[in-house]
Design a binder for this molecule. Sequence first.
Ligand SMILES: Cc1ncc(COP(=O)(O)O)c(C=O)c1O
Length: 509
Amino acid sequence: MNFTQGRQSILVSRTHFNSMWKNGIFSLRNILNKEPNINLNNINENVKRLEYAVRGPLVIRAGEIERELKSGTGTDRPFNSVIRANIGDCHAMGQTPLTYLRQVLACASDNALLNHDTYPSDVKNRTKELLEYCGGKSVGAYSDSAGVEIIRKHCAEYIRQRDNLDADWQNIVLTTGASEGIRSILALINTSTSDPKPSGVMIPIPQYPLYSATIAEYGMHPINYYLDEDNQWSLSVDELKKSINKARSVCIPKAIVIINPGNPTGSVLTRENIEDIVRFAINEKLLIIADEVYQHNIYDGEFFSFKKVMHEMKATIELASVFSASKGYMGECGLRGGYCELVNFDPAVKQMFLKMLSARLCSSVLGQFALDCIVKPPEQGEPSFDLYMEEKDQVLTALKYRAGLVADTFNSISGISSNKVAGAMYAFPKITIPPKAIAKAAELKQAPDFFYAMELLESTGICIVAGSGFGQLPGTYHFRTTILPQNDKLEEMLNIFKDFHEKFVAKYS
Ligand SMILES: Cc1ncc(COP(=O)(O)O)c(C=O)c1O
C-alpha cells in the first residue's frame, strides 16, 4: 500500500497495516507524519527545564538495582537491598502509622465499622462529626474547594493554640499536601506573562527542589540566597540584600520562601533570625512564604512560627504558611493532606485565590480527615489519648536519636562534616571530593557529588541525593540523607557509608 503526501512517500507493509488497524492507531495522520503531534520540540519549554533531584536519575537507578536484586540478576552485588535514604517518605522507611488516624480513616471509608465494637468511641465520634460536614455524609463526595468546613475550623484552633493568637478558619485552605499550597501561592503571584520581567521568588540555597522546579515550570525567576553553612545554615540579611539587588534587573521580586525547620539543612531558625527576615520582607514589600511543614520535628532549639513573630513585631505584610500531614510524627505522605494559612491578605486577593482553587475542585477528603486527626488529636480522658501520645512520642524520640547519630557519625569521618540536625528529617553534610574523582566526574559529564552518590549507590545500595540537586556554594560538595531508616538499619547504613567513603578516598587519591 502506498500513501503519498507531497514529497513524502511511505510504504506500509500489509502486516504493519494490519497491526495498526488492530491496535486502533490507523489514521492517515499516523501513517503520514513521522513525528508525533506532541513532541519534544513543541511541548512546554519550562517543563523541559524543570528538575526534581529527589526523584532524579539516582533514584531511577536505585529502582533498577532493586528490580535486579528481586529478579535474581543482581546477585553479584555485595548487598541484597537498597536503602532509600533519598526521600522524606516516613512510612516507606518503616515508620508505623498512628492508630487513631488510621482508625478514623477506616471508619470514614467503611461506615459499617461505626456500628461495631472494634474501635474506641472517640474514633467513632470524630468520624461521625466529620462525616456530618461531608456531602451525603460520605468521604466520596467533593468538599468545598477550600476544604471541609469543620476541618478548617480545627486547623484554626490548632494554630490558635500553637501561637496563642487568633486564627480565622476562613483564611485556611486545605490542600493536596503542602506542595499544592505552595504551587497555588506561586501561581497566584506569577505575573510573568503580563510584566516585562518575570516574577522573582527568593529561595534558599540549598533548597527543597519543589521550589526551583515550580519556579521553572511557571516561568518565574529564582532569586537564590545562600544559607550560611558556617553558622548552622542561618540566614544573613546582607546575603538577602545582595541577592535581591543583583536580581532586580532581570525580575520583579515578589516573595521570599523560608523553609523552617530546613530541608535539606536540618536547621531551625532562631527567633532573632526570623525577625531579621520579616524586617527585610517589609522593606522589600515581599510576600513571605513560610514552609513550616516540619514544625513538629524539633530536636534542638525551639520552633517559632512566622505568624507569631510577625504578630509580635506588629508586621502587617502578607504571609502564607503551609503545613502538611506528610511530615512531623505522622508521616502520612501518601494521603496528601495539608493546609495553607493566608495572613494579612487583601480580601479581594483571597477571593481570587479561592476562585483559582475551585478550578481543581477540592483536595482528597480522606487526606483532609487525616489532617484533622493531627490538628485535633484525641484529648486527655478520651480512650485513644494515651496510645496517640505514646506513638507520637516514640516516633519523635527515635527521630531525635537518629538526628544525633547521623551528625555525630558523619563528623567522625575524615573528609565529611555535618552541621547539627536540629530539626526536620535530613542531614546535609559537606564532603571533600579528591581531585582525581572530580576529574573522573568531569569525564563522565557529571557533577562531582552526583558521581560520589552514584558510586555509593552502585557499591553499597545506599541511595542519597547529591548536593547539586539542592544547590550549594560553587566549589563545595554535599549530599542529603534522610534520618528516616529505622534505628538498626540506620546504624548499619552509617557503618557501610563510612567504609565506602574511606575506600572512595583511597581509590581516587
Ligand atoms: C520543605 C518541604 N515542603 C513541602 C514538602 C511537600 O510535602 P507534601 O506535599 O507531601 O505535604 C516537602 C516534602 O518533603 C518538604 O520537605
